[in-house]
Design a protein around this ligand. Structure first.
Ligand code: NAD
Ligand code: IPM
Ligand code: MN
Length: 363
């Protein structure tokens, strides 16, 4: 069998701190399940690289990454050193667009043992997927600035929605909804205020819904949808939204289930023409970087999504079970401060790795 080739791109801040535990857990689970897997690390897509080379990426980055099946990505951003728009448009957003990773899939699940900030919710009550459009929408490079430095200074940034772009993310979300017991799809728009693009999205949802008569479709404006995320998160099954709305909902969702530190994300090119990218939802967290207390679960769970993506379901299930078991025990000395513990990246990362090994001896 051809080995799975993974490009490891840790990035900045806590990306560098959580990545080793992601790789170790993947190595351990692949050993147990005899999955041939190879890692190669790269120092580009980081602000340190930018300061050395004046660019976030080397000129041949695309050919380099194309040699891999997937990119395993930490997080980038050191806003005190490099402006965030330069950092992100020069790396992550470039990967998503150039590799046509048009699906951003993000689970939102209340896990056993994780303290929930919402009253009266227990593990299992919240369990849905966010499907975020990942290559167009509000994240557009069309726009500009005129009359700079004068009172007439004007900035414009267009939202782009193409029929192909909207339909393909909706199709993915409808398929996902169809595969789940509740078969419910929630679409996030803002069609009362944003009067051209958002009603367009709605009309494509209506059109797509005709092909999925078995899927129950709900549409909400984004403002009240955020309220429902807090007050009635149990009603959701698959939530689909534009690039920006999906971004916002996928921090809110994980925050409602305890901490964004555990949330993973899969940036998928479903056609397989380009590598997909797996990363935690969170960023480089400059406020805690260097302290060794970042939660590594988002990174590890992203690796789990990668195994699942490549069809290694048994290994993926085992890794998810290992994460769940460690979280369920929630030992104060093991779990990180964002979960109310006194542990570290190391204690939590190693606990998951140990749990993978323990599960393997049960096998
Ligand atoms: P952030 O996700 O980095 O941090 C937000 C808050 O959550 C901080 O208080 C942080 O300490 C906490 N946090 C995040 N991850 C954590 C973890 N694993 N364990 C414990 N606590 C965690 O978001 P931000 O502060 O808006 O952004 C910081 C930098 O990261 C910026 O440069 C931003 O552009 C960048 N960013 C990058 C990515 C990415 O590379 N995918 C994603 C989001 C933000
Ligand atoms: C995310 C991040 C990125 C986004 C930023 C860092 C550009 O917040 O992956 O959610 O907005 O997509
Ligand atoms: Mn985000």
């Amino acid at each position: 069998v051809k080995p799975l080739k993974i490009a490891v791109v840790p990035g900045d801040g806590i990306g560098i701190e959580v990545m080793p535990y992601g790789v170790r857990c993947l190595e351990t689970v692949s050993k147990v399940f005899k999955i041939p897997i190879q890692f190669e690390s790269f120092d580009f897509a980081s602000c340190v690289f930018y300061q050395k080379h004046g660019d976030m990426l080397p000129p041949d980055w695309k050919e380099t990454l194309m040699r891999f099946d997937a990119v395993y990505f930490g997080a980038v951003g050191m806003p005190d050193l490099v402006p965030d728009d330069i950092t992100l448009w020069g790396s992550l957003l470039k990967f998503r667009r150039e590799f046509d990773q048009y699906i951003n899939l993000r689970p939102c699940r209340l896990m056993p043992g994780v303290p929930c900030p919402l009253a009266g919710r227990k593990a299992g009550d919240i369990d849905f997927w966010i499907v975020r459009e990942n290559t167009e929408g509000e994240y557009s490079s069309i726009g500009g600035k005129i009359f700079e430095g004068t009172d007439r200074e004007t900035v414009v940034q267009e939202t782009i929605m193409t029929r192909t772009g909207v339909d393909r993310v909706l199709r993915y979300a409808f398929d996902l909804a169809r595969s789940r017991p509740r078969k419910r799809l929630t679409s996030a728009t803002k069609s009362n205020g944003i009067s051209i693009t958002m009603p367009y999205w709605d009309s494509r949802v209506n059109e797509m819904a005709k092909k999925y008569p078995d899927v129950n479709v709900d549409k909400y404006h984004i403002d009240i949808l955020t309220a429902h995320f807090v007050q009635r998160p149990d009603i959701f099954d698959v939530v689909v939204g534009s690039n920006l709305f999906g971004d916002i909902l996928s921090d809110l969702g994980p925050a409602c289930t305890g901490t964004i530190g555990i949330a993973p994300s899969a940036n998928i090119n479903p056609d397989g023409q380009f590598p997909s990218l797996f990363e935690p939802v969170h960023g480089s967290a400059p406020d805690i970087a260097g302290k060794g207390i970042a939660n590594p679960i988002g990174m590890i769970w992203a690796g789990q999504m990668m195994l699942h993506h490549f069809g290694y379901t048994e290994a993926a299930d085992a890794l998810l079970r290992a994460i769940e078991n460690v979280l369920a025990r929630s030992e104060v000395s093991i779990v990180t401060p964002d979960m109310g513990g006194q542990g570290s990246t190391k204690t939590l990362g190693e606990a998951v790795e140990r749990e993978v090994m323990a599960l393997s001896t049960e096998r």
